[in-house]
Design a protein around this ligand. Structure first.
Ligand SMILES: [Zn+2]
Length: 166
């Protein structure tokens, strides 16, 4: 069985397999992008790509972490609302083992004991999924505040046009 190869957005081929243990690992391309690869039934597969960025939006991120000597900044996309993928920003210090993650207009989330930037993404998504239950779940959620305004209403609920008179 040969290693699976994937393509980075920069066009470079990456080997996902090889020696090592664990269900997932982080690969860094020469271009700086990070790839979160996971061992799935069919073999190693890319789960996510984190793209380096020069700066994160300043608002919300802590001054300490932004000032860390080894601070790295990445972004990835996540379907925060509906199916539209929005950018999520990661500020990470390997030395501090600390990451801060901010998506859209949400508050920055702070994570400790983070060894990899891709782990920060996994932890953030875990947090997001734990606080945002599917809409079909019943009862009020204790975590998600009730939103003001109307929920989206399906067009199917519109009154059908009157049939032509007989
Ligand atoms: Zn690359």
């Amino acid at each position: 069985m040969h290693d699976l190869v994937g393509l980075c957005d920069c066009g470079k081929a990456l080997e996902f397999g090889g020696a090592g243990s664990g269900a997932n690992r982080e690969l860094r391309c020469d271009c700086g992008r990070l790839h979160d690869v996971a061992l799935e039934a069919s073999g190693w597969a890319a789960v996510a790509q984190l793209t380096p960025e020069r700066s994160v939006p300043v608002a919300g991120f802590s001054r300490e972490l932004r000032a860390a000597a080894d601070a790295e900044r990445f972004w990835f996309t996540f379907p925060l609302r509906g199916d539209v993928a929005l950018p999520v920003h990661v500020l990470f210090s390997r030395a501090e083992r600390t990451a801060e993650v901010k998506a859209a207009d949400l508050k920055v989330r702070h994570f400790e004991d983070v060894d990899l930037a891709t782990d920060a993404r996994r932890q953030w998504i875990g947090w997001w999924q734990s606080t945002h239950r599917p809409h079909r779940s019943r009862g009020p959620s204790p975590v998600v505040p009730r939103r003001v305004g109307r929920l989206p209403v399906s067009l199917a609920h519109r009154r059908p046009a009157q049939p032509a008179g007989r």
